[in-house]
Design a protein around this ligand. Structure first.
Ligand SMILES: CC(C)(COP(=O)(O)OP(=O)(O)OC[C@H]1O[C@@H](n2cnc3c(N)ncnc32)[C@H](O)[C@@H]1OP(=O)(O)O)[C@@H](O)C(=O)NCCC(=O)NCCS
Length: 142
């Protein structure tokens, strides 16, 4: 496993995070990402980055959900990407591990995410990391 440290994303990471979001297929400018990092710094969203050799090499964003029909909270991973130049080195698993630790700390009883049908390598990664595929997902674009 590559030497990597996980820390909270900071506004100055915006350009590197925007590059990762582009690799994920969600293009945003560094300014847009900076604004979102500043705006969404509250208790219900946590953006963590992986730093490798002094550079941001991965990002995970965890959103907390508070349903009313159960007492627990749930965690939703809304984005996860590692730099394509260094995939397969354990950075994704390290980010997911930290996200799980955060979710547990916050009283979440589960952590979940959606992944496009085409991301078959990512699906294998989630299964390797203990996730199981459940249910159908219904989405309406607004
Ligand atoms: C999925 C992803 C976050 C995993 O991060 P990572 O740093 O490569 O993960 P790890 O090194 O901890 O785990 C490696 C495993 O991830 C999977 N994997 C997925 N895409 C991979 C890639 N491009 N290269 C290498 N491994 C990949 C494999 O199952 C691999 O296991 P293996 O080495 O036994 O084949 C990363 O590959 C990525 O950013 N992919 C593109 C964006 C994406 O699909 N994000 C998830 C959206 S739901």
């Amino acid at each position: 496993m590559t030497a990597v440290s996980i820390r909270l994303a900071r506004p100055e990471d915006a350009a590197a995070v925007a590059a990762l979001f582009r690799q994920l297929g969600y293009p945003s400018t560094a300014d847009e990402v900076r604004e979102r990092l500043l705006e969404h710094g509250g208790d219900t969203v946590r953006a963590l980055v992986a730093e490798h050799e002094g550079k941001v090499a991965g990002i995970i964003v965890v959103n907390l959900i508070a349903p009313l029909h159960v007492a627990d909270r749930w965690a939703l991973v809304s984005a996860l990407a590692t730099n394509e130049a260094i995939r397969g080195a354990g950075i994704g698993a390290a980010l997911l591990g930290e996200a799980e630790r955060f979710a547990r700390e916050q009283g979440c009883s589960r952590i979940e995410l959606s992944s496009s049908e085409s991301r078959t390598r990512a699906h294998a990664f989630y299964v390797q990391n203990g996730f199981g595929e459940v249910r159908k997902r219904f989405v309406k674009q607004m």
